[in-house]
Design a protein around this ligand. Structure first.
Ligand SMILES: [Cu+2]
Length: 318
């Protein structure tokens, strides 16, 4: 075999190994944060995100299998039946009923094999029964409002002032100095781990979408409509996301930060915020929207709760 041909084969084999490399990345220690040259999606920190990952990997490996078989057969045929070896084309072969049946049945079997687990995972995704708590998420231009239903805690969450200042300063942010550029908020959404949390998602002006990739789903926030989703976070950590529906000029500047903490710590946090008149964020930005603890379980956002909005009206019943 000539050296050039060996090189071609080596390149082909490397291309085939790429999905294996992608798979190997799944074992990295920080699953929630993307990193340079990442090839595969993150596993996330909920059962739903793991389901999505598994469905994705199943489809990927089936594709890899098909790719190896098809390109292998093509390569073999081109090599074995090459002109220099005196191969002559078979001009009489027009069709084969057996082959046609085979290449119809095999894809059907594969599709059904993928559809069964995917459907059960999809049904599970919308099953919000037996939730232990409910958080109402309301999208505004351009921030989020969170109501811990029945707990008497409400707050708004918007882009951290430092991030906003850097954005408007004209300076070029670096990954070293600003690893979470435009992904920081004044009030983080604090949630307990290992707790089934039902999220009801709506909006008060235009359509937004609440998306934290590590939770494994994205839900549209639509005025006049209440969408549902749920999450049970496996481990403590900070999980970042963004609005995922083009909602206006500051669409890119309404990040989401979820801080998952142990249950006991969450109870402390909740108690602290129920008793004090205002949510005390980590950064006490004076103009940060800080709402008083809502007195009633189904507190509606008021002008006081959402200070800078253009008089948001009460969202739909949630
Ligand atoms: Cu938005």
């Amino acid at each position: 075999m000539k050296a050039g041909r060996i090189k071609q084969w080596a390149a082909g084999l490397t291309a085939l190994a790429l999905p294996v490399l992608a798979f190997a990345q799944a074992a990295l220690p920080e699953p929630s944060r993307p990193h340079r040259w990442q090839l595969n999606m993150n596993r996330g920190v909920t059962q739903l995100s793991n389901n999505a990952y598994d469905a994705h990997m199943l489809a990927l490996w089936i594709c890899v299998g098909i790719g190896v078989l098809v390109f292998g057969a093509m390569g073999y045929a081109m090599f074995k039946f090459r002109k220099s070896r005196g191969a002559v084309a078979d001009v009489d072969f027009t069709h084969s009923t057996k082959l046609e049946a085979l290449w119809t049945v095999i894809p059907i079997v594969l599709l059904v094999a993928m559809a069964f687990p995917a459907t059960s995972k999809l049904i599970n995704m919308y099953d919000v029964r037996r939730s232990e708590m409910t958080i109402k998420v309301t999208g505004y231009q351009w921030m989020w409002k969170y109501d811990y239903m029945g707990q008497g805690v409400s707050m708004t969450s918007r882009l951290k002032r430092e991030s906003d200042a850097l954005r408007q300063s004209g300076k070029v942010p670096t990954i070293e100095a600003n690893p979470n550029y435009l992904l920081e908020v004044d009030n983080e959404l604090v949630v307990p781990v290992n707790t089934k949390i039902r999220f009801v998602v709506t909006a008060d002006d235009v359509i937004h979408a609440w998306w934290v990739p590590s939770l494994g789903w994205k839900q549209d926030a639509i005025p006049g409509l209440v969408n549902e989703a749920w999450a049970k976070v496996d481990r403590p950590g900070i999980y970042r996301g963004q609005c995922a529906e083009l909602c206006g000029k500051d669409h890119g500047f309404m990040p989401i930060v979820v801080r998952a903490v142990p249950k006991a710590e969450f109870q402390q946090w909740l108690a602290a915020h129920q008793s004090t008149p205002a949510v005390a964020p980590a950064s006490a930005a004076p103009a940060a929207p800080v709402s008083p603890a809502a007195p009633a379980a189904d507190a509606q956002p008021t002008a006081a709760a959402v200070p800078n909005s253009d008089a948001p009206t009460a969202p739909v019943a949630g």
